[in-house]
Ligand binder design. Structure first.
Ligand SMILES: Cc1cc2nc3c(=O)[nH]c(=O)nc-3n(C[C@H](O)[C@H](O)[C@H](O)COP(=O)(O)O)c2cc1C
Length: 385
């Protein structure tokens, strides 16, 4: 199949909605709640493309009640905002979509066919739907019909992986089904379910889907810098990119991409600025009603990722041993804090101390799965489950 290149794609359309920059903050359960989305929005000057909820379960409730799902909370300034739902029962998915559309009027509803967790995929939801394409089709059909019948004239979108495992890659079939059922945007995470988050995403499959699609295909997997975003869009013909873990490593990334697309000078983030983010994030979490303990957990979650971008080498590249050592000490200092207040105090003193000579260069990270950065291993973390 011919892979169409996409030399200057900076925006795409989701039906009538023009999306600029052509980025999506990829949903991450337990991460991309309203405060995290707000953090990315503020740091990116509100130029983020699309925002979407963490996935909302529909399997558990005999009768879906939108009030019971904290993932549905979002603020008017987050629009255009999508709500993602997951489940394996077409009628429950349809009922949930209809109720969510009626209560929140999101800009779109997305079906998740990507989650690899055993408690989701193992039961046939999330990426489990890739082992049962007729069921995926029924879900898409019923959700679309429910939206139409209720007068909710909003796009239905799909996010999926490339297949269950390397022996059963079926992204092209999933694309054909999606288009046949009126799906208006497909985000493809270039891993199989069996891979979990290991190894690197297979962008060749993403590119093949993009080349065959009539709808916008958004590529997803391992995008962590402006350069990588540009390279993926240009070389794989995708309409845009969805960025998940890359935003935890670098919550400025959406604004940096928007700047690059507008030919504005690249904004360099210093390590000191990066350390200031914790105070901002803490404030957002508390304003959102989080407990202090809850906020501490999220600060550490962010610290674990953000500090990996610290190094002494200003021009990036392979950070040397000394550089990694100092960066590691900064990370350890934050992660070993006994409470949020201590973490915030430490972040302040690190700015003038240990972190003084560090730069922030998250683009040099290759592998975002938490393993050694340069390690490329094709995993089978869910084998047998
Ligand atoms: C902690 C975590 C939670 C996630 N939760 C969701 C989710 O709720 N819905 C979804 O579609 N994908 C979810 N994902 C997958 C991401 O959206 C994304 O597809 C994946 O991380 C690959 O993109 P990345 O390399 O940019 O992180 C999650 C990923 C992580 C790491």
């Amino acid at each position: 199949m011919k892979m169409e290149k996409n030399p200057s794609c900076k925006r795409f359309n989701l039906r009538d909605l023009e999306v600029f920059p052509n980025t999506i903050l990829s949903p991450m359960d337990g991460v991309t709640d309203a405060p995290f989305r707000r953090l990315c929005r503020v740091l990116s000057g509100n130029r983020m493309g699309l925002l979407v909820s963490e996935f909302v379960p529909t399997d558990g409730d005999a009768v879906f009640n939108p009030e019971g799902h904290k993932q549905l909370r979002f603020f008017p300034e987050e629009r255009p905002f999508g709500v993602q739902i997951f489940g394996r029962f077409p009628d429950r998915m349809a009922d949930a979509a209809r109720k969510i559309a009626a209560k929140y009027s999101p800009e779109y509803i997305e079906v998740n066919a990507g989650c690899p967790a055993p408690k989701v995929a193992g039961k046939g939801s999330g990426s489990g739907l890739l082992r049962d394409l007729p069921r995926l089709q029924e879900i898409l059909h019923d959700v679309r019909s429910a939206l139409d019948r209720s007068g909710a004239d909003i796009p239905l979108t799909l996010k999926c992986r490339i297949g269950w495992d390397s022996e059963s890659i079926n992204i092209m079939e999933a694309l054909a089904i999606a288009e046949g059922e009126g799906v208006e945007m497909l985000t493809v995470h270039g891993r199989t379910r069996l891979q979990g988050y290991n190894g690197l995403a297979d962008w060749d499959w993403i590119g093949k889907a993009a080349a065959a699609a009539k709808i916008p295909v958004i590529g997803n997997g391992d995008v962590n810098s402006v350069d990588v975003a540009r390279e993926r869009i240009e070389n794989y013909g995708v309409a845009g990119v969805a960025i998940g873990r890359g935003a935890m490593h670098n919550p400025w990334i959406f604004g940096q991409i928007a700047d690059a697309w507008e030919d504005k000078p690249a904004r360099v983030i210093t390590a000191a600025e990066a350390l200031d983010v914790f105070k901002l994030y803490y404030g957002f979490k508390i304003e959102d009603g989080s407990t202090d303990k809850g906020a501490e957990g999220r600060l550490k979650q962010l610290a674990a990722r953000l500090c990996k971008g610290f190094c002494l080498d200003e021009r990036g590249g392979e950070a040397d041993g000394e550089s990694l050592d100092v960066a590691l000490q900064v990370r350890q200092a934050l992660l070993s804090s006994s409470c949020a207040a201590e973490l915030l105090d430490r972040a302040q003193s690190l700015k003038e101390g240990l972190a003084k000579d560090l730069v922030f260069d998250p683009g040099r990270l290759v592998n975002l799965n938490g393993a050694k950065e340069t390690e490329i291993k094709y995993g089978d973390q869910f084998k047998g489950r």
